[in-house]
Ligand binder design. Structure first.
Ligand code: SF4
Length: 344
């Protein structure tokens, strides 16, 4: 099987051309053509014939195929994409202040078995390759161009789809390096957020290896018994260790760590839960996102009462944390957080 062109970083491509005694300008032209202009046909601009032959005869340019695009009334779109081996994943286009955020999957299924998550019910099938992550972005971009050519753009990427991104650290990192490269798609690091359930080995690598993208931690409870129940990973990598490690991550000016808190009716939505959250985040550069739970078929938790969501928020605001209630988008098509489940 040929190597995918979309698995190569700019420096990989430069190295390849140098090894073949070809000019580096070819790498710039190829990245510009396929990522900045997002052309899907071979480069027609001036490029050495030998470079063209090397790339187009030896590399594969196929991308995941969009086989379904479910659109909800709020303009959220859930894509079902088929991979080369027939497995399927989902990516979700979320309207966001006149633009879009794209929620990417990093694995087929997930090994983490979080109890509130539809994906977690099916186990890990396999990791995605960098080209399959990059491919979700390119395919969603083409879909937007074709179906919503009214100027809306995909501005933000969030790794919050299927999978624990830090469990697939190498490929997620490689995909990010490709997408932020200034010769290509040139997405700003501040526009990319990677969400983790608290996979400590990946977080340890993050400190020194990951480009300076944003980190979000799914926290969901400050109490270990409750967090153990919701996120079994917490038994191996307890929250205090995770929070200590997160404090060592270098942040840019005005960069924050986002803490996601899923509110589950009568489980973690009480005042004492909010006070616990205030306590554990005391020394963090934190933004808190409160997410009222979206039930899925067979879910054992329920949506919280709106009044309890407001009381929870008030405790955080009184403690002077920037806290927001994340409005649920796409829940009618099961595209909201924790609702993705297609892995075959
Ligand atoms: S919430 Fe994320 S880490 Fe947990 S099972 Fe679902 S996809 Fe995996």
């Amino acid at each position: 099987m040929k190597t995918s062109f979309f698995s190569l970083t700019y420096s990989d491509l430069n190295k390849l051309l140098s090894e073949n005694k070809l000019s580096n300008s070819g790498a710039t032209r190829l990245f510009n053509w396929h990522y900045k202009r997002k052309e899907q046909t071979p480069l027609t601009e001036e490029i050495a014939l030998k470079t063209k032959e090397l790339i187009y005869q030896n590399f594969d340019f196929s991308l995941p195929e969009i086989i379904e695009a479910h659109q909800s009334a709020d303009t959220t779109v859930k894509f079902l994409m088929k991979l080369h081996d027939g497995k399927t994943i989902e990516s979700v286009l979320i309207p966001f202040h006149g633009k879009y955020a794209l929620c990417l999957s990093s694995q087929v299924g997930c090994a983490m078995k979080c109890q509130f998550c539809y994906t977690g019910t099916q186990g890990l099938k396999r990791h995605l390759k960098a080209e399959e992550i990059v491919g979700q972005f390119l395919q969603a971009w083409h879909w937007v161009q074709k179906h919503r050519p009214d100027g809306d753009k995909i501005l933000n990427l969030v790794f919050m789809g299927q999978g624990e991104p830090l469990h697939n650290f190498d490929e997620v990192k490689r995909a990010i390096e490709i997408l932020v490269d200034q010769h290509g798609a040139s997405l700003g690091t501040q526009r990319i957020t990677v969400s983790t359930a608290g996979y400590l080995p990946g977080l340890k690598r993050w400190v020194s290896e990951m480009p300076r993208v944003n980190l979000a931690l799914s926290l969901h409870s400050s109490f270990s018994a409750k967090r153990d129940e919701l996120i079994p990973l917490n038994k191996s990598y307890p929250l205090p260790e995770i929070l200590d490690l997160i404090k060592t991550i270098p942040l840019q000016r005005k960069q924050f760590i986002t803490f996601e808190y899923l509110l589950l009716k009568d489980f973690n939505d009480g005042i004492e839960d909010a006070q616990g959250l205030v306590e554990v985040l005391r020394d963090q550069q934190a933004i808190i996102n409160l997410i009222p739970f979206n039930p899925f078929p067979g879910a054992k938790y329920e949506k919280p009462e709106p009044s309890k969501v407001q009381s929870f928020l008030r405790v955080l605001e009184e403690a002077r944390y920037p806290a927001f209630i994340r409005t649920t988008k796409g829940d009618e098509i099961l595209a909201a957080c924790g609702q993705l489940n297609t892995a075959q």
